[in-house]
Design a protein around this ligand. Structure first.
Ligand SMILES: [Fe+2]
Length: 220
């Protein structure tokens, strides 16, 4: 007798490496440090000991290339999941600088469709991203196992790499491990929300735009 398994309701994390990311990363590294120098306090959110910028990267022309790539990835992912083709994609993004000892608490990103993170500067022991099993009901009684499978895992860790982007459903709980190294880890996190295109004559404010997005819990 052959027993078959069917994969129902999977949780997807999409990943890619940006082409020519070395030049982009150098530019983003410089911009990130300049922003922190101009606003040393930053924003307090899920970051513990780390510096976080306001969610304004999407509005800044100097981040134009980065913003363009984020939206391109998001649209590709959306269309791979049969989002309607003529939707508007809006995003907001912010910089995270995690010095040694910093981490980001577990969180989700409410009121968004996709979330993600792009790594500008990483190194061994800088802290990986981890995702937690969203199937709460599966926690009621776990059988003893010798090794986690994809189905049995309750937490999955992924190693960051410069130039790599991770995108995931905004409801997927995640966090960032403590930076155990001696350098600063720099990433740019983002949220994406899609909306039907606004009719030309509709009043301003009829549909969501970047400035109208509900501020969401932001972390990695
Ligand atoms: Fe996050």
């Amino acid at each position: 007798m052959e027993i078959l398994s069917k994969n129902l309701f999977p949780s997807l994390v999409w990943t890619a490496i940006f082409d020519d990311h070395d030049d982009l990363d150098r530019e983003l590294y410089s911009l990130a440090n300049r922003m922190r120098a101009n606003d040393p306090e930053g924003v307090a959110n899920t970051n513990v000991k780390g510096w976080q910028s306001p969610n304004i990267i999407q509005l800044l022309p100097e981040f134009g290339e980065f913003n363009k790539r984020i939206l391109e990835v998001a649209r590709n992912i959306g269309e791979s999941q049969n989002y309607e083709k003529d939707l508007e994609y809006h995003h907001e993004a912010w910089i995270n600088i995690n010095p040694p000892g910093a981490h980001n608490q577990n969180h989700i990103h409410p009121n968004c469709h996709l979330s993600g993170v792009y790594y500008v500067k990483v190194f061994p022991d800088c802290g990986g991203i981890f995702f937690r099993d969203p199937r709460m009901m599966s926690l009621m009684l776990k059988p003893p196992i010798t090794q986690a499978t994809q189905f049995m895992a309750t937490e999955v860790r992924m190693r960051p790499e410069a130039g790599r982007i991770f995108v995931f459903p905004a409801w997927l709980e995640h966090g960032v491990e403590t930076n155990m190294g001696n350098e600063e880890r720099i990433s740019i996190a983002f949220n994406v929300r899609v909306a039907k295109k606004r009719a030309k004559n509709s009043p301003a404010g009829a549909g969501p735009g970047p400035q109208q997005q509900t501020r969401s819990a932001s972390g990695v």
